[in-house]
Design a protein around this ligand. Structure first.
Ligand code: KE4
Length: 433
């Protein structure tokens, strides 16, 4: 456990106060640092590639708000769009043209989406997608994969990744048997188990939901066979294939992981980048499925602030920048340098590690073997990761605070930032036992 650091006294004071007001002192467990020990750092502001804490320390940011900040913090055009929208009012409870503008951008980026509904969070998106899949098929069972995290939906908080895995509650208290009895959990990348499950329940599975590239057990890539089996079996058995692209959408490519792999799911969930850092997410898919959503159809879903003017302005501006001036080639070049650099630092220190990456999302696992599913991810050395995390914090580099998360960086990160991060990793890892 890192000792209290005089350089972060204001954070310690703020955290002590917050714990008397907010459960655990944070509004999302992923921020609580339970995966690395010590106390969370309170942020005062951010700009470009940097976070600034309330003690005046500056950090190179590799969290990017857990994904949204692909353009870097406080992008001037995004800020301007939010300010202009705010001057006209923050929420109307009535439709606006900006919602259609964002919907069109999403559908042009991701052609498998023929209709899209805007919501406020990734959790709402996955919860709604599951309900629509069940309503559209009249079936009740759903399949997910251990280590994948789809937000805190009761039926999906089963063997969940991200903070649920970090904090050791992959099956949260409060999720009743009633809520989880229809959730089948399989191992990621286990194609045979998909075939077996459909053999057991040929006409009972409403949907399979997965992260097409996992970020929530750390970065884990699907085998081609796994995706091919998923698409083939769901098509054959009339089940809905849901790609949860809350993290990968607009991150690994403008068209998301489905564009990278050339696989069309039946439904897609989006979040993070699509809202430009404001609370906005989305779910969509084939119109034959989405036209079941009320008021077009009978499956109920609603939201007071869904598609609100500020978030749609931030999201649409972000997507237009990504569409018109794509950062992906630059991100790939820098990500390759960062990934190779972090891996070489671990190798130089004689530490067994796996660098697993897709585009600008990646994870350095302290693990002897490639990480292909939750059981292998769970064999990673969490203690060593914690020392790596805190060592980099002292070097002014803010990595995700858990072995079971992906790092993200932005177009604001300069080549010299990547170099300084790799240099810092060499210094930190060389000192690890
Ligand atoms: P939100 O409800 O947090 O907006 O989205 C849930 C969600 C759904 N699907 C995927 C693939 C996700 O990664 C997430 C949320 N990701 C975590 C980080 N791994 C959010 C961080 C947090 O919980 O604070």
């Amino acid at each position: 456990m890192p000792q209290a650091n005089p350089k972060r006294q204001n954070s310690q004071t703020a955290f002590a106060k917050a714990k008397n007001l907010i459960p655990g002192g944070v509004n999302s467990p992923a921020r609580a640092f339970h995966g690395v020990g010590g106390e969370p750092i309170f942020i005062s502001h951010a700009a470009g590639q940097f976070l600034f804490d309330i003690d005046g320390n500056r950090y190179l940011d590799y969290i990017g708000s857990w994904g949204p900040m692909i353009l870097g913090h406080a992008h001037p055009l995004v800020i301007e769009a939010i300010q202009k929208a705010a001057e006209k009012g923050t929420s109307f409870g009535a439709p606006t043209e900006n919602e259609s503008r964002l919907a069109e951008l999403i559908m042009h980026a991701i052609p498998s989406i023929e209709r899209v509904r805007l919501v406020n969070s990734g959790t709402e998106a996955t919860m709604s997608a599951i309900r629509v899949a069940r309503g559209a098929t009249g079936r009740e069972k759903i399949v997910k994969f251990s280590g994948c995290y789809h937000g805190h939906v009761d039926s999906l908080l089963v063997a969940a990744g991200s903070a649920a895995a970090t904090l050791g509650v992959p099956d949260s208290p409060g999720v009743t048997q009633g809520n989880s009895k229809d959730t089948i959990v399989l191992n990621y990348n286990d194609s045979d188990s998909i075939v077996e499950t459909f053999r057991k329940f040929p006409t009972e599975i409403a949907a399979i939901i997965l992260e097409p590239i996992v970020g929530n057990m750390g970065t884990v890539l699907p085998s081609p066979q796994f995706l091919k089996t998923l698409r083939g079996e769901t098509t054959q058995h009339g089940s809905i294939l849901i790609f949860d692209e809350v993290m990968t959408g607009f991150r690994v490519a403008y068209g998301g992981a489905q564009n990278v792999f050339g696989i069309d799911p039946d439904m897609t969930t989006l979040g993070k980048i699509v809202g430009g850092g404001l609370p906005l997410a989305a779910y969509g898919g084939k119109s034959s499925i989405m036209d079941n959503v009320m008021p077009a159809g009978k499956v109920f879903q609603a939201g007071t602030l869904a598609g609100n003017p500020l978030a749609t302005a931030a999201g649409a501006t972000t997507l237009e920048i990504l569409r018109d001036d794509p950062p992906y080639a630059y991100l790939e070049t820098q990500a390759s340098r960062l990934g190779n650099g972090l891996k070489s630092a671990a190798d130089a220190a004689g530490l067994p590690s796996q660098m697993q990456r897709m585009g600008s999302m990646m994870t350095l696992f302290f693990n002897e073997a490639p990480v292909v599913d939750w059981p292998t991810a769970n064999r990673s050395d969490r203690k060593r990761f914690a020392k790596y995390f805190w060592g980099l914090i002292e070097e002014g580099v803010y990595m995700p605070c858990s072995q079971f998360e992906a790092l993200f960086f932005s177009r604001s990160h300069r080549p010299e930032d990547i170099d300084s991060t790799v240099d810092a990793a060499h210094r930190v890892l060389a000192k690890l036992d």
